[in-house]
Design a protein around this ligand. Structure first.
Ligand code: EPZ
Length: 420
């Protein structure tokens, strides 16, 4: 059985959408439920395969979660420190977050190596090095990571690179660790601030998220709480870039400018008309936009790697040339050959993709290679002349809840086809 998205390009996009809850905030926050011994109610939820996988992992730790009133109820009153096997961890990269949380609560953990989109080798050396910096004894054998925390102690850890996941793992690991832990050269992504807010609402004592230094005063235990997960800035950026590419008039509700300043600056350079009023953003685009000569992906607050493929889709039809440099992952140009099948003019040399804008794209059969490449192909298909079929839709479903329904609301000609 294969699921495909079939699109007919050429429509402008117009309408209003509420921004979904953030996948990359929800995933570490769900892992952080391991630290709590109470009940948690999330006021919002987003139906993504990655989120479902994390809930399955929690259930192996005896943490039950149920959909309730548009949100998610989590019962962490009786967490068990069970081994997390590879059939669970291989599905999502975020499974690695469980390690720091289990160590904080139980001082021991055994989990198999994580999975994740194939956008690079995705090592976990920074996670492991940081845990060792907190006194964890780590044994890696037969695809499993055995962590012994009897000698764990609070202290200072400096990350070699501002890794988002390693930052989140170490924040969770220090939360129930007596004493003061100072994490330096950490990632500053908004999702980390959201994790800090969630943990502090349960009684943790954490400060500094959003800066390059986070301070954690260990506490004894965490109580239950109610929480609303932040809006997904990458989801929002994807729909803004789709409207810039196809032309139209899009309004999004739940937007935070400070989470997206780098994108808004680039879209303004491309001659989109952007109006922001509170948490509402309106983008209007008409005709062929100007190419942005140089774009680099870098850790927050610079342009995010998770919007690189979607930005590339826009640049393929802009007037002029664009050099897109991917500085975060070593293999995140999987979308290039697929966009070229549609008539895009792109060449890759090392970490740079050279895009020469063309007047039009042509529909084709294209294959998503990862989550954001899939989103980029949907954008290109909405723009291209004729039919486009996007294969490997399971990648897209990892990060977008029924993407075709959202684009249909905006007037896009797109449907999900399931072939036996
Ligand atoms: C998070 O991945 C996100 N995933 C990714 O989003 C996002 O692209 C990435 O951060 C960067 O913003 C989640 O939050 C679930 P990193 P993560 O650790 O934590 C290297 C999406 O599309 N590195 O900041 O894995 C790594 O190889 C996904 O939603 C090490 O070398 O990202 C990469 O080159 C894709 N050793 C760079 O650091 C380590 O131990 C950034 O990785 C860890 C990372």
């Amino acid at each position: 059985m294969e699921t495909k998205l079939v699109l007919t390009g050429g429509q402008k996009l117009a309408g209003l959408l509420d921004i979904d809850a953030s996948k990359n905030a929800f995933l570490p926050i769900l892992a952080a439920c391991v630290l709590c011994d109470g009940e948690i109610f999330f006021e919002n939820y987003v139906n993504l395969t990655d989120i479902f996988c994390m809930r399955e992992i929690l259930s192996t730790l005896n943490i039950d979660s149920q959909l309730l009133d548009g949100g998610l109820y989590v019962n962490a009153k009786n967490v068990k420190n069970n081994k997390i096997t590879h059939d669970m961890t291989m599905k999502i990269r975020a499974s690695i977050f469980i390690l720091g949380a289990l160590l904080s609560r139980f001082r021991s953990a055994v989990i198999a190596y994580p999975g994740g989109c194939n956008i690079g080798s995705r090592p976990i050396d920074l996670h492991i090095k940081g845990l060792k910096g907190l006194g964890v004894r780590v044994v890696e054998r037969h695809g499993y990571i055995y962590c012994h925390g009897e000698n764990m102690k609070a202290g200072d850890v400096v990350l070699d690179f501002p890794s988002v996941g390693a930052t989140e793992s170490l924040v969770m690991c220090a939360t129930l660790l007596k004493g003061r832990t100072v994490l330096k050269n950490v990632a500053k992504e908004p999702e980390i601030v959201n994790l800090q807010d969630f943990l502090n609402k349960m009684g943790a004592k954490i400060s500094g998220a959003g800066s390059d230094t986070i301070v954690i005063e260990g506490v004894e235990k965490l109580h239950g709480t109610q929480f609303k997960v932040m809006a997904d800035r990458i989801w929002a950026g994807t729909f803004l870039l789709a409207t810039a590419t196809c032309g139209g008039d899009l309004t999004l509700k739940g937007f935070k400018l400070q989470d997206n300043e780098s994108l808004i600056s680039l879209l303004s350079q491309s001659a989109c008309k952007i109006d922001i009023d509170g948490d509402m953003i309106r983008l209007r685009a008409n005709g062929r936009l100007r190419a942005v000569p140089e774009i680099q992906t870098l850790p927050f607050p610079y342009f995010p790697t998770d919007l690189q493929s979607q930005m590339m889709a826009l640049q393929t039809v802009c007037d002029g040339g664009c050099i897109l440099q991917e500085n975060v992952f070593e293999n995140r140009f999987g979308v290039v050959p697929e966009l070229c099948k549609m008539g895009a003019k792109i060449s890759v040399k090392g970490r740079s993709a050279y895009v020469q804008g063309v007047e039009r794209l042509y529909g084709a059969h294209v294959f998503a290679t990862d989550l954001r490449a899939g989103a980029a192909l949907v954008i290109a298909g909405l723009k291209a002349e004729g039919y486009t079929t996007v294969h490997n839709v399971h990648y897209i479903d990892r990060g977008y809840d029924r993407i075709e329904e959202k684009f249909k609301i905006l007037g896009g000609n797109i449907k999900r086809v399931v072939e036996e």
